[in-house]
Design a protein around this ligand. Structure first.
Ligand SMILES: Cc1ncc(COP(=O)(O)O)c(C=O)c1O
Length: 388
């Protein structure tokens, strides 16, 4: 049946047709435990009844009118996001890449407002920011760029978690306008920087009049233990991008601005047909309401610590484990050797995980899992790693 799908994904041989909480069922009626949440999307699990109700209610009322007219849900969602983050304005798109495209366009506008003709946005090695031309250029992984030249100009990469590298670059490059960074690098294998890395980036951005753009597409919406991961550093970025878990599976992306990044995108300078439509915003409003009401960011901390402790115990003597990295429910277990086959081995055990960066088992379970489900994940994953 798949012969007309462009072969851009190396999908595993399973077809899910139903979900509930942290569980999925395939077309043969087999049940699987989801420790990946559709890559950090279904933070509230599958078929959440309140989200299903909100979507259904909205679908029965109004799906789409376009941004030619005011949209109640969009205004409410923007207010809620700004209240929770201290940001000023929001632009809505439909994906992470689009949220980052908006951020990049804002950085370019910021540059031109300062009469910088050839601005440079600094991004990090091993980062991931999306698959559009600008965002794959921002991405610090040569593989995603292969065969797509000519790429847009104006990006420069430095090592992640390396403040001296940025200082050195700043001393010889006077057209930098922004630093774009993930608070934790997700796609390259849950890379957690030093505790004060974001604070130092904030300081450098302030000193040099650069924008700090935080890509919280994977880290945001409670997953790391606060609504935004950067809130644990008590800093505010100039631009924050969100997507993934914001709609729990309904496509939505958001680019939030504060301070000097505010007001740079003016009427007619950017847009999206679907962005911020009543349906997507109804889903996102419900997601945020549940995350806040049920204190799920706190629960992510509690569950993450439980999972980490179990792994530390189970894998303590395992020579091929390099490191266990964890913040809230972003969990990476780096092995000494490539281990991509562990995703299919886990599938045979009816467990969904993936491998990021080639040798890191990545877990991004729903924030709503029970302790029992968390324990089952750690037990199955530990067994797979020990047998690797
Ligand atoms: C940090 C980060 N930024 C951007 C993206 C791109 O998001 P999307 O696939 O929704 O375009 C991703 C997706 O994995 C991501 O993890």
């Amino acid at each position: 049946m798949k012969q007309h799908i462009m072969p851009t994904y190396a999908s595993l041989p399973v077809r899910f047709i139903k979900g509930e909480g942290a569980w999925l069922w395939d077309d043969k009626g087999e049940k699987y435990l989801d420790a990946l949440s559709g890559i950090a999307v279904c933070g509230l699990g599958h078929a959440h009844p309140e989200i299903a109700d909100a979507i259904s209610k909205q679908a029965n009322t109004l799906l789409h009118t376009s941004n030619l007219y005011a949209i109640d849900n969009q205004e409410q969602l923007a207010n809620t996001l700004c209240e929770l983050t201290g940001m000023n304005d929001v632009f809505f798109g439909n994906s992470g890449a689009e949220a980052n495209e908006a951020a990049i366009k804002i950085a370019r506008r910021f540059a031109h407002s300062k009469n910088i003709e050839n601005p440079v946005i600094v991004t990090m090695n091993n980062s991931f920011h999306g698959r559009t031309l600008a965002t794959l250029t921002a991405t610090g992984n040569p593989k995603v760029k292969e065969g797509f030249a000519p790429l847009p100009e104006g990006f420069c990469h430095i090592p992640y978690n390396d403040i001296p590298a940025l200082e050195t670059l700043a001393s010889r490059e006077n057209t930098i306008v922004a630093v774009m960074v993930e608070p934790i690098q997700g796609e390259s294998g849950i890379r957690i920087p030093d505790a004060d890395y974001l604070n130092k980036l904030r300081e450098l951005c302030d000193q040099n009049d650069w924008l700090l753009i935080l890509d919280e597409i994977q880290t945001g919406i409670g997953r790391t233990g606060s609504f935004l991961a950067s809130q644990q550093n008590n800093i505010k970025a100039d631009v924050v991008t969100l997507a993934k878990a914001l709609g729990n599976g309904v496509p939505i992306g958001a680019c939030l601005t504060a301070g000097k990044a505010t007001g740079l995108l003016t009427a007619g300078s950017h847009g999206s047909t679907f962005g911020g439509n009543p349906l997507a915003c109804a889903a996102a409003l419900t997601v945020i309401n549940i995350i806040q009401r049920d204190h799920l960011a706190d629960r992510a901390i509690e569950l993450g610590e439980r999972i980490r402790a179990s792994f530390q115990h189970a894998l303590s003597g395992c020579k091929h484990v390099v490191e266990i990295r964890q913040k809230g429910l972003m969990i990476g277990i780096e092995l000494t050797t490539p281990c991509t086959e562990l995703a299919s081995k886990a599938l045979e055990q009816h467990l969904l995980i993936n491998v990021a960066g080639g040798n890191t088992v990545r877990l991004l379970p729903p924030l709503t899992i029970s302790n029992k489900e968390a324990d089952k994940i750690t037990q199955l994953v530990s067994d797979l790693i020990i047998a690797h």
